[in-house]
Design a protein around this ligand. Structure first.
Ligand code: 6R9
Length: 679
């Protein structure tokens, strides 16, 4: 902490270093760290290194989707760019605590825009550029801390593999939704957000959720739509400006290249109080629409800088590569901020691991001499399926640490990562024969690594996230909420705050308290289950709530159900997870069609296609259901609750182990569902 630049230090009194209470019965949950301190995250990421004479150090080696597209950006160049963006955003009225939305592909301008916002004190809200227009629209109109963002920063188009994606067109569509919503809000401030189907939200309301929890209440009197700054990515995407002429709105849309390069390369820093908001990032929960998780300044900065330094054993000669997109928390903490806070050199890759072939990642590892590589188990499994030859074609001799994040890693994938990817060829081994693996467990909400090995220090076990990071105090609870001592399995909770912890849900502190602190008095509830072995190692077993982790991405069952019932053919839907060899878990959807359509319907494939399309439109391709199971009715308790436990068993073919179904209103439903499997 001392190495950072502070315009004001925190209060030294121990009691004021951070304040906390995890027990709702003792009052509101209010977390604060480094009280009284004042700093700026961007300044600590960039200016500090440049002022120390490190301006020529490479900040990013950027590699585009297609081989041959590359750029090198030094720390000085990054600072210049960030200042230009900061000046422009300021000129558009974005000041402290104003929101700026970002919908961009993995180009240096993406982390640069995030840093620019932090420089001027604006709150950035990055939406992964794989989400659909409806998803983006919903995230742009969600209430508070601000109404509609002041500026939306995007890009004309991008290519992922061979496929061009016209981001600007998606933005145009999303802004239409925003406009409609603004108009509706003006008439009826209690109108539901556009992406939550009305009938569905009514049903969830009937199930006892507050309308605020569904994102239904606002009353903030929002108006207007954001100003849109569009990065022209013609060279990489192959699509020129003319392609976007039709949807261009004069006065609203501006080309990045027309306004940014002419800005001055110095930009005054807006110093921020320790607990000023840094960013908002949406994540899926078990109920309602995604929550806007809010992170603040000093605690977040300290938490990610420290975890980056120790978990990746940072050395100045490192070339770090995190393959996560900046649209997720991993890209926030370990692309945009953690590495730069440590002055690291990074690889930023726009493409996908299998284009033009399945050796692309390892080719880049050699090309840039990557030393620390960080990715998700789903990618490891997908590449494992392509065969060892793609890996072995390259040396990988520079790599010393391999990280994973996002979902539990199965031992087969762990061993493949360790033995095949992490192996140094016999002829080039110097020192250790294998790279260390760090399996890092954490969440959007935790902001930073929480349970993870420290390389070269923690003895490794294949598939275990292992031990808590310094200062993190996890515990396992049984069904009754009692702490389990010693080895055992239960609900994973955290007993005391850590600096990078989320502070609230945007505009809905009650939802924050309800989601994380109401299940178990005095604990932060993670939503995960875990086992602890005799050595005290934690093995994460996966989500225990209604969140499905698809390829490391959190999808709420409620969101998919809402999208399905939004389709006119669908009367009711229930979504459960299903084990999947590559994705980890896939989406399995039970669908009850409208009266008279039959189960299965006359043309099941056509209806299936329609429903899948509806989900992709509402959320995005990542939420595509793998299976749609026709359900004349859903198994419900007499009080009308869907018995998901039963649906999970039927989906996985374990119907012989259904357990007690005596509480079902109509036990005949189960038999009908089993008969319709695979139809
Ligand atoms: C960082 C990130 C969080 C959820 C989390 C858990 C799963 C993440 C994991 C892991 C097992 C690991 N998860 N890391 N499960 N082992 N190393 O992924 O954040 O997108 O919010 O997801 O991901 O289920 O609760 P986020």
């Amino acid at each position: 902490m001392e190495e950072f630049h502070w315009t004001k230090k925190w209060e030294k009194k121990n009691a004021d270093f951070h304040k906390w209470n995890f027990d709702l019965s003792k009052g509101p949950i209010h977390i604060s760290w480094f009280n009284g301190a004042e700093t700026n995250v961007c300044y600590n990421c960039l200016d500090r290194h440049v002022e120390a004479g490190e301006g020529d150090r490479v900040c990013f080696y950027w590699e585009g989707n297609d081989p041959g597209q590359e750029r090198t950006v030094t720390y000085q160049e990054m600072l210049d760019l960030v200042c230009q963006i900061g000046n422009y955003l300021r000129s558009q009225g974005a000041g402290p605590d104003d929101e700026v939305a970002i919908y961009m592909p993995m180009i240096p301008e993406l982390p640069a825009t995030m840093l620019a916002c932090s420089r001027i004190g604006a709150i950035f809200s990055v939406v992964f550029a794989g989400f659909s227009a409806e998803s983006l629209g919903g995230r742009l109109t969600s209430p508070v801390p601000n109404p509609v963002p002041k500026v939306l920063v995007t890009c004309s188009a991008v290519r992922r593999g061979a496929k061009p994606i016209e981001l600007k067109k998606i933005v145009d569509e999303a802004l239409e939704i925003v406009e409609q919503s603004v108009a509706t809000q003006a008439v009826d401030p209690s109108a539901s957000t556009p992406h939550m189907h009305q009938a569905y939200s009514n049903r969830r309301l009937a199930e006892g959720l507050s309308s605020a929890a569904l994102g239904g209440e606002d009353g903030s009197g929002r108006k207007g739509v954001p100003h849109v700054l569009v990065f022209d990515h013609t060279q990489a995407s192959g699509l020129g400006r003319d392609k976007f002429q039709a949807g261009w709105v004069e006065g609203r849309d501006v080309w990045w290249q027309d306004v940014i390069p002419s800005q001055p390369t110095t930009c005054e820093v807006t110093w921020r109080a320790a607990e000023d908001t840094l960013f908002k990032l949406y994540t899926s929960g078990s109920t309602g629409q995604p929550k806007g998780v809010l992170h603040t300044t000093a605690g977040y900065m300290a938490g990610i800088a420290l975890t980056y330094k120790y978990v990746f054993d940072h050395r100045p000669t490192d070339v770090f590569w995190c393959t996560a997109d900046c649209g997720w928390i991993t890209g926030h903490s370990y692309v945009s901020f953690g590495p730069m806070l440590n002055g690291a050199t990074q690889i930023l890759f726009e493409g996908i691991p299998t284009y033009p072939d399945a050796g692309r990642w390892w080719e880049l590892v050699d090309k840039y001499q990557c030393t620390v590589f960080y990715t998700a188990p789903t990618a490891i499994r997908a590449l494992m399926a392509q065969g060892d030859q793609w890996v072995k074609k390259y040396k990988r001799s520079s790599v010393r640490i391999l990280g994973t994040v996002g979902e539990p890693i199965n031992p087969e994938a762990w061993w493949w990562y360790y033995d095949v990817v992490g192996e140094k060829r016999a002829d080039i081994v110097v020192g250790e024969k294998r790279a260390d693996i760090v399996d890092t467990w954490w969440q959007t909400e935790t902001g930073m690594h929480m349970i993870t090995p420290l390389p070269g220090c923690t003895p490794l076990k294949a598939g275990a996230a292992s031990l808590p990071f310094f200062g993190v105090e996890p515990a396992l609870l049984d069904q009754a909420g009692n702490e389990i001592e010693g080895p055992g399995q239960g609900y994973l909770v955290i007993k005391r705050p850590w600096p990078a912890m989320m502070r609230t849900v945007a505009g809905d502190h009650a939802r924050f308290e309800q989601t994380y602190f109401s299940q178990y008095k005095g604990y932060y509830f993670t939503g995960d289950g875990a086992r602890r072995d005799e050595d005290g190692y934690y093995w994460i077993t996966g989500r225990v709530d209604d969140v499905i982790n698809v390829s490391g991405h959190r999808i709420g069952t409620a969101e998919v159900e809402s999208a399905l019932v939004g389709h006119h053919l669908c009367a009711e839907a229930a979504v459960v997870p299903l084990d999947h060899p590559i994705k980890g878990t896939a989406i399995y959807a039970y669908v009850t069609l409208m009266e008279g359509l039959g189960h299965p319907p006359d043309d099941p494939e056509a209806v299936r296609k329609e429903l899948v399309k509806a989900v992709r439109k509402a959320i995005g391709p990542i939420a595509t259901p793998d299976v749609i199971h026709w359900a004349p009715a859903l198994p419900k308790t007499r009080s009308g609750k869907i018995m998901r436990r039963v649906l999970r068993k039927i989906a996985s073919g374990h119907e012989s182990k259904l357990g007690d179904i005596s509480t079902l209103a109509d036990p005949g439903v189960v038999k009908a569902l089993i008969e319709l499997r695979g139809k």
